[in-house]
Design a protein around this ligand. Structure first.
Ligand SMILES: Nc1ncnc2c1ncn2[C@@H]1O[C@H](COP(=O)(O)OP(=O)(O)OP(=O)(O)O)[C@@H](O)[C@H]1O
Length: 239
């Protein structure tokens, strides 16, 4: 592996994607994401943000091109290798996607239970992370009894309980008020300072100003614009 590959976390080379026989919704995407950086993915509705995130968290395969994740070719690797890569990526959605019949605690514990951790090893980390998102006192609550902001904080706790290298968030502030949107951004910034690479898709331009150190990827009808070239070279780590 080249030293360049070691310094990258996600690399796209000439990636294109079309659904069925339609036109390409993503075209000629070539960029590199570097560890420890904070990225915003912006673009108008329909530009392809959700589709690009789905490629990044390996829920979708491209129609062409190369995608390298953590130095491994994610396109040619056997399917059996994908779960290990996916475990290194946490995902947060606009609509939270919590399991409705599970408590906040059980939602957050879910990834650890699926990974086979014992109950003894689960309780401490889940409690700590619920405390970190400010919801330790709501651990018995079902999602329907929580506000949108509270549900999103539970979803973030669930996404990061397995300590992923990358956190991907698709319009995470779309269903919360502006104050809560800021609080969620502060959580993402804290995670970023601890070394997690963050990728947040949003069409909210006000949000971009809230994280001055973030790098901005812009999609325009499926093509990436990178006027400053920030995506091609290792950016400086936020201080
Ligand atoms: N499953 C699908 N089948 C066919 N076309 C799709 C599918 N999903 C998305 N598209 C199309 O791909 C294009 C990009 O959609 P995508 O949801 O990625 O954009 P977006 O930038 O996330 O939009 P928004 O901000 O409105 O969520 C759109 O033209 C959309 O209609």
């Amino acid at each position: 592996m080249s030293s360049r590959a070691e310094g990258e976390i996600i690399h796209f080379d000439n990636v294109g994607l079309r659904y069925e026989h339609d036109r390409e919704v993503l075209s000629d995407l070539s960029f590199t994401l570097f560890p420890g950086s904070f990225y915003f993915l912006t673009g108008a509705s329909g530009a392809g943000k959700t589709t690009l995130l789905r490629l990044i968290y390996l829920a979708q395969r491209p129609s062409r091109g190369v995608i390298r994740m953590f130095g491994k070719d994610a396109i040619t690797m056997p399917r059996s290798g994908l779960p290990a890569l996916r475990r290194r990526i946490g995902v947060v959605f606009q609509d939270f996607r919590l399991v409705p019949h599970l408590s906040a605690f059980d939602n957050v514990a879910l990834p650890l239970r699926v990974a086979g951790f014992s109950e003894r090893d689960i309780a401490g980390p889940v409690h700590d992370i619920l405390e970190w998102v400010g919801l330790a006192d709501r651990k018995e609550s079902r999602p329907a009894t929580l506000s949108g902001g509270e549900q999103q904080r539970i979803a973030i706790a669930r996404a990061v309980i397995g300590r992923p290298d990358v956190l991907v968030a698709d319009e995470p502030t779309g269903n919360v008020d502006p104050d809560m949107a800021l609080k969620l951004m502060r959580l993402f910034e804290l995670l970023n300072r601890q070394g997690t690479t963050i990728v947040v898709a949003t069409h909210d331009v006000h949000l971009l100003r809230k994280v001055p150190d973030a790098l901005i990827m812009r999609l325009d009808r499926g093509r990436m614009s990178d006027p400053t070239g920030a995506l091609r070279y290792p950016p400086r780590r936020p201080s």
